[in-house]
Design a protein around this ligand. Structure first.
Ligand code: ZN
Length: 463
């Protein structure tokens, strides 16, 4: 896994040679022990009964709580203050006594949330995107968090036939490719990575030709990105000449009618899931319906109302709160995700799994588009950055009222300098390309909607 982690962090020109060497070893052998063990375990545990799942969660929670109390200063202080005794923890709802963790609290207490019993090198820098207008930095656990998460991901994809040893993907997400390239073959991921930032009609045609040549059976994407391709196919009739096995789509809310449009245009099933970089909750669709099974082995999930009370009834909307079993270097306990969902009225599923079922999840992501000077669209989801470039920015928001020009409104932190502007400009320009000019505008606060909600992009151009 070490090579993989280096490769992920390096700029593309360094990534290439490492990825080639890495590509010699068969893909599935590189995934490591944690991946393999978790994957095999999930193959069995997904059919456990309710008692077995609950028992597993109690054990995992107890380990995490004891570890956090003994090694993480933030939780030691918090549990003492609220009178929570980790040794007495016995039932899942005992956790109700622990106050919630929020993004603001993580940002204010980053150091105190880091476990003392791990080496510096065990902490992998991570960050949320800009979905709430402020990027939160945190750490995940080396040789653990990512491998474990990948095993869960593959397990849910296997519900529509994805085979981690053989299945190839087309990735249409947020990877920036070398200048002038519309796709690259990524040996490490065994996938054709396609550019999302220059989807003009002319380029889409070339991409479709390439897909017809490669014939990869799965498209891994955001609904908004694949919708651009579907729109082209609908308009021109120029589409895929082979059968897809599925569209794997995440990170955004799915709009009414969109699933049907994507499925009918590409003549395949769309499979979506809810997850996030903080890795507290993962819920993926069932092969027998479009409802979401919450993985009990991934973390402990709760729904809360706006007063912070736990919702146990079905059909009532609440905020998703998660406790992660994937990270001991910086534990997330009762973390408020700012995303909303409700338990399905009918909790019995034909597939035989006993995981809790959610109806669709209402996340922070709206599907918005930046319009280039050529008139093509760039999905705002692909503009999300998981790097440290916004560390000295308090809040930010994109604004557009002219095709080909995008303004970034920024509220600075006192540590912000001209260097930050240069780095942000450089990184975002790689994505926006030559057809969108990026302009900086420094402001004292960020515009909200009438309902007080933050929007990642204020789009004034009517399409
Ligand atoms: Zn099911």
């Amino acid at each position: 896994m070490i090579i993989k982690e280096i490769a992920k962090k390096s700029p593309y020109f360094i990534q290439r040679p490492i990825r080639s060497i890495y590509g010699i070893i068969p893909y599935y052998k590189k995934l490591g022990k944690i991946f393999k063990n978790t994957y095999d375990f999930l193959g069995k545990s997904q059919y456990w009964n309710k008692e077995q799942l609950e028992q597993y969660q109690v054990e995992q929670l107890k380990n995490l709580l004891v570890h956090s109390y003994n090694n993480v200063p933030y939780y030691c202080k918090l549990f003492n203050e609220c009178g929570f005794n980790v040794e007495k923890f016995k039932y899942l709802d005992d956790i109700d006594k622990i106050p919630f963790l929020t993004k603001d609290l993580v940002m204010k207490n980053t150091k105190d949330l880091m476990a003392k019993n791990f080496k510096k090198s065990d902490f992998i820098y991570s960050s949320t995107g800009g979905t709430t207008g402020k990027q939160m930095r945190f750490f995940t656990q080396k040789n653990f968090s990512a491998s474990r998460e990948w095993a869960f991901m593959i397990t849910q994809w296997s519900r529509i036939g994805f085979d981690y040893k053989n299945s190839r993907r087309i990735i249409l997400r947020n990877q920036v490719l070398p200048k002038g390239r519309l796709w690259i073959w990524d040996n490490c991921q065994r996938s054709l990575v396609v550019d999302t930032y220059h989807l003009t009609d002319e380029n889409i045609k070339k991409i479709i030709d390439r897909l017809n040549y490669e014939k990869n059976p799965y498209i891994h994407t955001y609904p908004s990105a694949v919708a651009i391709i579907c729109d082209y196919i609908k308009r021109t009739g120029y589409g895929l000449t082979y059968d897809l096995k599925g569209v794997l789509a995440s990170s955004e809310n799915i709009y009414v009618g969109q699933r049907e449009l994507i499925e009918s245009t590409l003549n395949t099933r769309m499979f979506s899931w809810y997850g996030h970089s903080e890795q507290c909750i993962l819920a993926g669709e069932c092969e027998r319906s479009n409802k979401y099974h919450i993985f009990s082995e991934y973390g402990y999930t709760e729904l809360i109302d706006n007063k912070g009370n736990v919702i146990r009834d079905n059909g009532i909307k609440g905020e998703l709160v998660g406790t992660s079993f994937n990270n001991y270097v910086m534990p997330f306990i009762r973390y408020k995700t700012e995303d909303y969902a409700c338990y399905s009225q009918d909790q019995n599923c034909k597939c035989g799994r006993n995981y809790k079922l959610l109806d669709s999840v209402e996340g922070r992501w709206l599907q918005e588009m930046i319009i280039t000077s050529k008139g093509n669209k760039i999905s705002i989801t692909a503009m999300n950055m998981h790097s440290d470039i916004f560390d000295n920015v308090k809040n930010f928001q994109f604004y557009q009222d002219t095709p080909g020009v995008c303004i970034i409104n920024i509220v600075k932190k006192s540590s912000y300098t001209v260097k930050d502007e240069n780095v942000i400009y450089r990184e975002l320009s790689k994505k926006l390309g030559n057809d969108v000019i990026l302009k900086f505008n420094y402001v004292n606060n960020i515009e909200r909607t009438k309902g007080g909600k933050y929007r990642f992009l204020i789009q004034k151009i009517k399409t």
